[in-house]
Design a protein around this ligand. Structure first.
Ligand SMILES: *[C@@H]1O[C@H](CO)[C@@H](O)[C@H](O)[C@H]1NC(C)=O
Ligand SMILES: *[C@@H]1O[C@H](CO)[C@@H](O)[C@H](O)[C@H]1NC(C)=O
Ligand SMILES: *[C@@H]1O[C@H](CO)[C@@H](O)[C@H](O)[C@H]1NC(C)=O
Ligand SMILES: *[C@@H]1O[C@H](CO)[C@@H](O)[C@H](O)[C@H]1NC(C)=O
Length: 357
């Protein structure tokens, strides 16, 4: 109903053609869709020609817009919002659909509806992820952000804008960066920069590659059989290294009684003499042969144990008597002889053989 036709109808009905053309209302400028920036001024145009006086009023979402010092209609019909507001306490958001209405004594004209959005740049929802690339290979990074208006994405390496005239760099929509023919000199921290009228944001930087490092390797341990050995090994790096264990002598560690505690600590329950040896903890960069190692010696001791005891013997005077004693243990036990509770020293008629001296 509110249209240019209404004006023309009035013309046809009541006036000569010449008068009518002069009085007829028409838009020179209608408000257009716009993305506004918070706290900045915004102007919506509405320029009309026709017979004066012409009154221009504005509506927001179909409702007459109350004017205030902050929101007012200028003499040329422009709607002026002094500082564009997002909804907050006591203040309505300025976003919405605006139209202007021009009226003179002959008729009334309503403009198109102009959509007014608030510019925004929320945080990145995808940050570029770290990559390890062989020389000559291809690297690809992606970052994503939802901006209004859509953000312009550029890239930085070590905080310096990437030279995109280098043909090895390809920027694709959706925040994708491809690097072909990767060289040593490409290594660095890549991040993207998103820019629109609302803001500038930097993506998080991917964690850079870090060689595997063993923070704490195994200690030398001396234990007694049946005890439990815990050999520590904790490694860091990016990507996270893989920790593995072996014996320096190449013998198998076995599986019985063996457990891994946490990410890489080795636990051997109920140790026996065979468990003695040098243990090697290796931290490998996944998918490569690149590794760091740390060594720890495990010594398992066994308490002395008799295998053979001295036996009682009867011998005629002047003969010789032999007493035998055999013990085992780790380290090898030291034997001493006692006679009637006193240490027996070798003398002219007492001889100790083997390691009894
Ligand atoms: C209307 O007036 C304002 C303030 O004088 C000016 O900034 C704006 O450009 C004018 N608009 C048009 C369409 O002439
Ligand atoms: C995006 O940024 C680049 C580099 O500053 C500039 O050349 C380009 O014109 C911008 N594109 C848009 C759509 O703003
Ligand atoms: C950018 O790369 C092009 C092509 O490799 C090169 O000619 C130009 O000098 C580089 N510019 C800068 C500033 O490094
Ligand atoms: C463990 O013992 C070896 C000798 O067997 C020695 O070289 C090494 O430094 C010792 N390691 C620690 C952590 O004490």
């Amino acid at each position: 109903m509110w249209s240019e036709k209404a004006t023309q109808t009035i013309c046809v009905v009541g006036f000569l053609i010449g008068v009518c053309l002069a009085s007829e209302l028409s838009f020179l400028l209608e408000p257009s869709d716009v993305i506004a920036v918070r706290d900045r001024p915004l102007m919506l145009e509405c320029r009309v020609q026709g017979e004066e006086p012409i009154m221009v009023t504005w509506r927001k979402n179909g409702v007459p817009l109350p004017t205030s010092p902050r929101v007012r209609v200028l003499a040329n019909g422009t709607l002026f919002i002094q500082n564009f507001q997002k909804r907050k306490e006591g203040v309505d958001a300025d976003m919405g659909e605006y139209d202007c209405t021009a009226q003179n004594r002959y008729g009334l004209l309503v403009s198109r509806k102009a959509k007014v959005l608030l510019a925004s740049l929320p945080k990145f929802h995808t940050h570029p992820a770290s990559m390890a690339v062989d020389e000559g290979g291809v690297a690809r990074f992606q970052c994503q952000i939802n901006g209004v208006p859509e953000a312009n994405i550029t890239w930085e390496r070590d905080r310096i804008a990437l030279n995109t005239s280098d043909s090895r760099y390809t920027l694709l929509p959706m925040g994708i960066l491809q690097v072909t023919g990767v060289r040593q000199s490409d290594a660095g921290v890549f991040r993207c920069v998103a820019t629109n009228i609302a803001n500038v944001r930097f993506s998080g930087a991917p964690k850079t590659y870090k060689e595997p490092v063993i923070l704490s390797g195994p200690q030398n341990l001396t234990l007694t059989v049946h005890q439990t050995a815990i050999l520590e090994c904790i490694a860091t790096g990016n990507p996270r290294p893989i920790v593995s264990w072996s014996r320096l002598d190449g013998r198998s560690i076995g599986v019985e009684g063996i457990q891994v505690l946490g990410t890489g600590n080795l636990m051997i329950s109920d140790v026996s003499l065979q468990h003695s040896g040098v243990y090697v903890c290796a931290a490998n960069r996944p998918g490569t042969r690149m590794r760091r190692t740390a060594l720890g010696r495990l010594v398992v001791q066994a308490p002395p144990e008799f295998l053979q005891w001295p036996q009682s013997v009867s011998k005629p005077a002047g003969g010789s008597a032999v007493f035998t004693c055999v013990a085992q243990g780790v380290p090898e036990p030291h034997l001493i002889w006692l006679k009637n509770g006193k240490v027996l020293m070798p003398g002219h008629n007492v001889k100790l053989t083997n390691n009894n001296r």
